[in-house]
Structures are given as C-alpha cells and as structure tokens.
Design a protein around this ligand. Sequence first.
Ligand SMILES: [Zn+2]
Length: 408
Amino acid sequence: MSSEDVRRVCYIVSNELVKASSLLPSNKNRSLLVHALVKASGLLNPANCRDNTHLQVLRPVLADDKELGAYHTQDYLQFVLNPAHASAADDTNCAEFGLEEDCPTFVGLSDYVRLVAGGTLTAATALREDRADVAICWDGGRHHARKSEASGFCYVADCILALLTLKRMHRCPDSSVRRPRVMYLDLDLHFSDAVSEAFLDSSATALGPQILTLSIHHSTPGFFPHSYLATLRDPSADRFDPFTLSMPLDRGATDATFARIWPSVERVKEAFRPEVLIVQCGVDGLAGDSHAIWNWSLNDGEGSLGWCVDRICNQWGCKVLMLGGGGYNHPNAARAWTYLTSIALRRPLARDADIPDHAAFPLYAPSFTLDVPAGNAPDQNGDAYLDEITTYFHEVARMIEERMSTCT
Ligand SMILES: [Zn+2]
C-alpha cells in the first residue's frame, strides 16, 4: 500500500459492545471512555476524512458458537455463555475454567464474550475479504485467554480467533499460490502467553510457516504470566521455533529503548513478509499506568508507541488489524487509542492536542491534553542487553529467511 493509495479503514463499535465491554471487572467503563474520546475528537465522522482515506464504522456481528468453537472447547463455551453462571461465584466449575480471582464471572459475561470476539472477527473478516486495509477493534486484544480457561482479565481468545480467520485470507498480493502469512505483534506490558503457545511449532508443516508471533513485554521472575516462552530462548536449541518469538524488556523501558529494538522488529517482519499484521496495542507499558514498570511515552517522538504504530500503518505495506489489550489508567488508554486511531486515518492529532469538550472531559485533568509523556523512572535496559537483542534477532531473522526460502 503506497501513500498515494486510498486506505480503507474500518472501526468497530456499537452501543452494545461498549455497554458489554464496560462491564469488564478489570477495566470498568474503559470502553465507554475510549470510544467517547475517539468520537469527540471527530475521528468517526467520515466527512472529516482526507481524500485518500475512507472510513467505515462497523457494528460487531455477534460471534456464534461455531466461530467461538474454532478455538475454545465446548465445555468452556457452555459454561461461560450460560447467563445462569454469571452470578454463581461459588460454583466449583468456576475454578476449572479459570473463572475466579482476576477473572470473576459477572452479569453480562455471555454478551461480553460474543461481542468482543464478534468485534475482532468483524474487523478480521473485513481484512480477509479485502473490504479494508486497516481494521480497528479497541475492545479486543485479550491475549491471555486459553482454549478452556479464562486468565489475566481475559475471557475470550479473540486474538487467536483472528489469527485463525486471517490464515484463510483470500488475497495474496505476492502470489496467487502462496498461502497468506500473518504476523502477530504484541506491544502489551505482559507476555502474550496464550497466543504464543497456541501457535508454537505451527510452522512445522509441509506447506511452510503461515503465522509468526512476536511479543515485546516485561519479564522478571514472578511477573505474570509465567511461561517458558517469555525469555530470549536459545536459537541453537533443537526445539527452537523461530516463528514464536519473545523480546523481554527490563523495567523503565523508554522511547530510547524502543527506538533501539525497533530495527530488530522490522528485521523479523522483513524476513517473514506478512500479508497482514495483527498488532495488540496494550497500553499498560505507558508511563502513568498503575503497573508503573515501563516508562514509555505515547507521542514524544522516535521510539514512542505512536511512532512505532505510525511505522506499522504507514511504512510496513501490509494490512493491519489493530487491537487493544491491557491499560489500567483509563484516561491514558483513551488518549492512546484515540491517537493511534488518528494515525490509522492518516490525520495524526497533535501531540498536545486539547481534549475536546465532552461528558468525560473532567477525567483528563490536570493536563486536559492528549499527550502521555514519560516520567522520571530510570531505564534499566542497558547498552549491553540491547546489543544482545540486536545480535539475537539478527540471527533469528536469518533463520526465518532460510525457512521461508525453502517454501516460496
Ligand atoms: Zn497487560
């Protein structure tokens, strides 16, 4: 997609989705705040689009049992989709399905699961059927949910369902024969354990690799989630899968650290050459989040989250599905996803644009602006470690190229 081409963007929202998503116990009313700010910023009005951008606002189609069953087990779906279980906090089956502690059942859970999966699948299907070039579903991005278990505030595996849908994409610009390649890039503070594990070793088929996952995340002993995949695994090990990748970063990661590691991300992308990219834009690594682990800015410049997503949308040349994820400072999540929406629409809002007057305006005190600047926490990602990442991913990209050359 060159800059002269018309870009078709679809944005997923409906009153039902916002209502259901706003019930998520870990992020009450976040969805309401996000879509309200995107709308108040004028981004959902097709009349405001530039000549080279078309916007379609799509209502999510509810995911049906068959669509959810493409990954989840029938036992899990029967339990989680039964409204009678919504208030059964003492039901012994809750524990079996992970529906306890950070994933309690709640009234509206059934609608939530169908609408969030439906939102992400509506977006993925628009890309798959070539009705869109960029699709946005900020209520999706639930990267910890497993086949038959809720985990880490995630009840439905919409990222995995989207990957399974996009694998079947009809359009392959490079070749009428080649199967489409889908890259999953996860920018959330937490490792994308469920997604990475779901596709581990999936490249080992006669038809060659189709999915690559790369999670950039924080990882220290004891930090959620626990997964042996969350480290820089030894590429020379027998079972090493160069299509299931992890890039752990230490505390305090700033724009400067992301600017250093980004060429490695692009090196992997260039080796794999995906037709479509899913980017999980969890914003719990931004400064000001309650986790207070990374110190990433939204829009301060090179290496910021906005800079990374701008590169993806405007330079990578593949279709993009943008999903949400974590983010516990709700006004900052709304700032971030509004700004990223404006990048997708090729009319980026100013870094310090005023928050427009709308019902949630007082929540944006004291700055009442769009920027999420970095704080003062020290960046513990030293030069030696960042050099190690560069060398590591250079080697991994070489392995990917070698594998790709044998199957195109
Ligand atoms: Zn997270």
